[in-house]
Design a protein around this ligand. Structure first.
Ligand SMILES: [Zn+2]
Length: 140
């Protein structure tokens, strides 16, 4: 599959996840589709909580599903979102999710921000998380 077809497929899978978002408080649905280096896709949605702190983002849901099944190397993640599940603009990952990506992904990990399967932009982790802190910094 060429890269554009892969991006399109990931955005399609992320859009499907908007239906599963549990967002009774913000009504802001987010879906994510994470691609492993073995070309498997793990999806996620955001899951809110009345206590707010336990809320989990779609991106971390996808990562934790994959990691809990033994996957630790990743190529890309597509992210979509919008109020009431309607995509109006790109939905960039929050800072917490960027740091989770940093734990498991290299600088060239691709973040695909989609408005539709045919309208998306691709950024690298290094671009969206410059001057980041990672495990190697613990040894300096
Ligand atoms: Zn997040």
């Amino acid at each position: 599959m060429d890269k554009n077809a892969t991006y399109k497929k990931l955005v399609e899978e992320a859009i499907k996840m908007l239906n599963f978002s549990y967002v009774p408080y913000s009504h802001f649905h987010v879906g994510a589709a994470l691609l492993t280096t073995e070309d498997e896709i793990y999806t996620g949605c955001n899951i809110e909580n009345s206590a707010f702190g336990p809320t989990n983002c779609a991106e971390r849901t996808a990562f934790f599903k994959a990691i809990s099944e033994g996957k630790k190397t990743f190529k890309a993640i597509a992210i979509v979102g919008g109020p009431n599940g309607i995509i109006k603009d790109f939905c960039p990952p929050c800072g917490v999710c960027r740091q989770v990506m940093r734990e498991f992904c290299k600088d060239d990990f691709e973040i695909i921000l989609g408005k539709s399967p045919d309208n998306y932009i691709v950024k690298t982790l290094k671009e969206i998380l410059p001057l980041s802190f990672g495990s190697e910094d613990l040894e300096k």
